[in-house]
Design a binder for this molecule. Structure first.
Ligand code: NAD
Ligand code: APR
Length: 244
């Protein structure tokens, strides 16, 4: 474990364009469930009933109840040491791009900048009728046109925001170090990003609680918890900077 950590720290030190790609594992320590773990969201049949685009119209009341509860969990959550370490990494290496599949907004709340939220954010709502997009989704109604408002989150069967996806793809393609944190990387198009980094000569480091198929393509593989390993990774970078 220590060797892989030292190798990952070395790669981080010498990297010039870092991309950190995160999934639900990064927010687990903040009390937000992952999707595919034993206690993941997809084990709860309700979650699957209200995570498809058509569920909005099928059962608006049930949809609003489910997503209001998810928003409550997210609002009650606090950034954990993993989020804080990534915000610190960005301060030490300003070119670092943070790309996340998470919809909890915790990286921004930890002080990170320009986070690319591939699957949107529960902390924003939008109106599918007039496109209005505002702060925390507390309203059932759009403040501009009065039609129903919904979380600004990508549901099953919906397309991702094209601009965000394009930015994430170019960041991955230009990266020399791609750090995957806490994701099974099985959902497309997000799961394509590590491959795009590798295809363009970038090095991959995986940090995940369980083994991933992608581990075979990684230069360093860290099996463990993001909230424990990320602070140690970034700390070593900070030491090097202060020591140099
Ligand atoms: P999936 O295979 O259905 O995901 C593919 C989805 O991504 C499809 O909905 C498709 O429209 C979209 N997609 C595929 N290629 C794309 C491209 N090139 N550009 C833009 N969009 C593209 O797998 P899934 O697990 O069903 O996930 C579906 C989507 O819904 C994913 O983005 C997933 O993250 C999102 N989702 C989010 C939540 C949440 O709580 N945040 C819940 C369920 C699903
Ligand atoms: N530290 C590191 N990794 C962890 C931790 C932790 N503390 N806890 C769990 N993990 C790992 C799990 O082992 C798992 O491999 O994080 C991964 C979480 O994977 P998923 O539950 O599949 O979450 P994610 O990869 O973000 O899902 C992608 O699927 O349905 C969509 O929109 C949804 O954005 C989500 C997408």
């Amino acid at each position: 474990e220590g060797i892989a950590l030292e190798l990952a720290a070395e790669l981080l030190r010498s990297a010039r364009r870092i991309v950190v790609f995160s999934g639900a594992g990064l927010s687990k320590a903040s009390g937000i469930p992952t999707y595919r773990d034993a206690d993941g969201l997809w084990m709860n049949k309700d979650a699957l009933r209200f995570s498809h685009a058509e569920d909005l119209d099928r059962d608006p009341a049930g949809f609003s109840r489910f997503w209001a509860e998810r928003l409550r969990v997210v609002e009650a959550a606090r950034p954990n040491p993993g989020h804080l370490a990534l915000a610190q990494l960005q301060r030490l290496r300003p070119a670092t791009r943070l790309v996340t599949q998470n919809v909890d907004g915790l990286l921004s709340r930890a002080g990170a900048a320009d986070v690319l939220e591939l699957h949107g954010s529960l902390r924003r709502w939008r109106c599918d009728h007039c496109g209005n997009r505002r702060g925390p989704w507390l309203f059932q109604r759009c403040l501009r046109c009065g039609r129903r408002a919904r979380p600004d989150v990508v549901m099953f069967g919906e397309m991702l925001n094209k601009g965000v996806l394009l930015d994430a793809q170019s960041a991955a393609q230009e990266s020399d170090l791609f750090l995957l944190v806490g994701s099974t990387a099985v959902v497309y198009p997000a799961a394509d990003l590590p491959q795009q980094a590798l295809a363009n000569g970038g090095q991959l480091v995986t940090l995940n609680a369980e083994p991933l198929a992608l581990d075979h393509s990684a230069t360093a593989v860290l099996h463990g918890k993001a909230e424990e390993l990320l602070p140690r990774l970034v700390e070593s970078l900070g030491r090097q900077v202060s020591g140099s």
